[in-house]
Design a protein around this ligand. Sequence first.
Ligand code: HEM
Ligand code: HEM
Length: 175
Amino acid sequence: MFDSGLKYGLVTRALHWAIAALLIYQLGGVVAGAALGETPLTEAWGSLHKPVGLLLFILGVLRALWGLINLQRRPPLHRGLLGKLAVAGHLALYGLLLFVPGVALIRQYGSGRAFEAFGVTIMQGDHDRIEWMTKLGGDFHGEFGWVLLVAILMHIVMALVHQFVWKDGTLNRMA
Ligand code: HEM
Ligand code: HEM
């Protein structure tokens, strides 16, 4: 269940791949929307953007807490500069995973409109609009969502380099 010096544990792996699958769905929908415009497919895909985003935020918080609990037990990264870059890259992924849906949820609250996800009322929407909250989401949510997409693509490229160029078994630790 916990991480060990050799491998990420079951909880870390389940969270990693569940979040990866949901983010591919989430960003795939955004990319499809940008590429194809409004079609029945992209509208259906986009209709789950807010609830899936909320789910990603909750899983991201759990994952960050689980990462902190396992901080001393995690498999080691490279020594030297490459290891520092890997840590920085992973921290950036965590930061974006919390920031992107986080500012969207703040904007949603600030809009003063009700928000329901998976049949559950998350926000009542019984107050006036709160300008700084809507501005925060408007200024940063979409932009940093695209940054997250680029960061994930770089992360996937590095996973492939580990697997097929350096052949160091890094993928097995998370598989
Ligand atoms: C990790 C989760 C999320 C990711 C990766 C994500 C990603 C994105 C991206 C890249 C865009 C820009 C689309 C464009 O430029 O046309 C966008 C737009 C939008 N997202 Fe999200 N989103 C997430 C979570 C959420 C949540 C939780 C909400 C609301 C509760 C939300 C509400 C919106 C809305 C209303 C827009 C359209 C307005 C705008 O561009 O800011 N998103 N999202
Ligand atoms: C399908 C695509 C993906 C592949 C092939 C992949 C592969 C991997 C591998 C092999 C590791 C282990 C690295 C090591 O042991 O040093 C890892 C760790 C990690 N991955 Fe991914 N990953 C993918 C998607 C994602 C996504 C979408 C995120 C977004 C947040 C992410 C965030 C992380 C983080 C933060 C770590 C560091 C370990 C941790 O704290 O959980 N990955 N990934």
